[in-house]
Ligand binder design. Structure first.
Ligand code: SAH
Length: 458
């Protein structure tokens, strides 16, 4: 082995990995180094060495990248949340844009990528509308509420988070004092004992409505009335609930929610559309950028009112309802039944009658409906999870031959794979737009327009 554990080496960082870590080479051997940036020359200590690559810990930055900045957050280097806060925001955007381009070139084999300039945030802080704070105790028995340190389950007491909506600080302070005053036990993973596990909060970006959901290992929270009394006084408080999770699992939420005070949901808007969001619903975490993402979807779909649109992987119907305002009919497909319940309710509260939703896997429902009624679509929108679309779904899309396919993706690698598949079967890549949904993290979101070859628009 070229490198052994604990070896100290000096390397130059050349690239950024998918989790925001720096990538450098030592005599051809690839090392991943958290908190290191392209342009940095660093001294590192080897930690875990595999055959072809390894992980190393940053010991010292010997030459500093011109794009390195001091993170606003003092614990950014330890916290598992923001892996790129030490890179200037401008460079974060460039990195994300290039990542999409590189994947399309290298994996997708596209030579001329029609890339639009990335849509970044004007003020890339305090953008998240949802937080899930783990609760624990430190070695001295003091209550800690915050985020996990990178790659571990040890909790860093966060105090103030620069990417979460600002309203969280006061809330957490109240809950912390409550736990201390009434000596409420906190969950210990190894022993599977203790009551409070996590605190989930959601804050409506437009409405300012606040939701607090306390995840507990048990059926009730001791002295919960006292906590509710205090929390309900917070301006904007709309929903206070418990979530029951007694399982020995990393999954944060259990299936059961008990409402303690107020409504079982908060309401928020994206554009003109109103959404009810309950503790278990999936909802995009960056509302400002989501609006821009959906507007781009609408622009790419270029609807005139007489189109049939399929929105696959539709979640709670967010994109579907956005499109329904401009289309004749929108059909949404989603695998999680509760999400479809939310989608139907959201259609109802917006008085949208031209949207219909189906529960099931997109790769099952679409071919089934196609076989049954020979359904047609002008536009198919897909927004799959990171693993991308099943090949069988792409085959159905090719058979249905919509004029346009709009692909929303949170993983440029699977996006590139799927685009290549469609473009080998009659589609043309027309527009590629990255949108920064997750400032200061390594995550990249992109939206793509493809049209059927030979189709020149309406
Ligand atoms: N378009 C929505 C949700 C996107 S997240 C929005 O913008 O809010 C991706 C969604 O795909 C999740 O809701 C997930 O439950 C769903 N999903 C995952 N696999 C699926 C499959 N095979 N078929 C249909 N939906 C699926």
């Amino acid at each position: 082995m070229l490198i052994n554990k604990n070896d100290e080496l000096i390397i130059e960082i050349e690239d950024i990995g998918s989790d925001g870590e720096g990538i450098g080479k030592y005599q051809g051997y690839t090392l991943f180094v958290k908190n290191a940036l392209p342009g940095d020359k660093v001294r590192v200590k080897a930690m875990k060495c595999k055959k072809n690559y390894g992980y190393a810990r940053l010991v010292e930055v010997m030459e500093v990248s011109p794009h390195r900045v001091t993170p606003k957050c003092k614990i950014a280097d330890k916290c598992g949340g923001c892996s790129l806060m030490h890179l200037s925001y401008e460079r974060q955007l460039l990195y994300k844009q290039n990542k999409v381009k590189n994947c399309l070139e290298r994996i997708g084999g596209f030579t001329e990528v029609p890339l639009e300039p990335i849509i970044g945030m004007e003020e890339p802080y305090y953008y998240r509308n949802k937080a899930q704070f783990p609760v624990g105790k430190n070695k001295d028995g003091k209550v800690v509420i915050g985020f996990y340190a990178g790659g571990t389950h040890s909790i860093i007491d966060t105090g103030h988070c620069f990417i979460q909506a600002k309203g969280n600080d006061n809330l957490i302070k109240i809950i912390r004092l409550f736990i201390e005053k009434y000596d409420i036990s906190v969950y210990e993973e190894e022993k599977q004992k203790g009551v409070i596990r996590h605190i989930l909060t959601r804050i409506g970006y437009v409405t300012g409505e606040i939701m607090v959901c306390i995840v507990i290992n048990g059926n009730e929270l001791p002295h919960q009335d006292k906590l509710v009394q205090q929390l309900k006084e917070i301006p904007g408080m709309t929903s206070i609930s418990l979530n029951i999770n007694k399982a020995n699992t990393n999954v944060i939420l259990g299936d059961k929610v008990i409402n303690l005070w107020g409504q079982p949901f908060i309401t928020d808007y994206i554009g003109e559309i109103k959404y009810q969001i309950s503790p278990l619903s999936f909802y995009q975490v960056n509302p400002q950028q989501t609006k821009l993402l959906y507007e781009t979807a609408l622009e790419f779909a270029d609807l005139h009112g007489d189109e049939t649109v399929w929105d696959l992987y539709c979640g709670i119907g967010t994109i579907s309802l956005f499109l329904a305002c401009k289309a004749k009919m929108v059909y949404g497909v989603e695998i999680i039944p509760q999400a479809i319940e939310d989608a139907r309710r959201n259609a109802e509260i917006n008085q949208i009658t031209n949207a219909e939703f189906f529960v099931g896997a997109a790769e099952d429902i679409l071919p089934e409906k196609y076989k049954e009624n020979n359904i047609y679509a002008e536009v198919i929108v897909v927004d799959p999870p990171r693993k991308g679309c099943e090949e069988s779904l792409l085959d159905t899309i090719v058979t249905m031959a919509p004029k346009k396919v709009v692909y929303v993706s949170c993983d440029p690698a699977t996006l590139a794979r799927d685009l290549r598949y469609l473009c080998d079967r009659g589609y043309e890549l027309m527009k590629v737009q990255a949108v920064d949904q997750f400032a200061h993290t390594g995550h990249v979101e992109a939206i793509i327009l493809m049209t059927r070859s030979g189709y020149k628009g309406k």
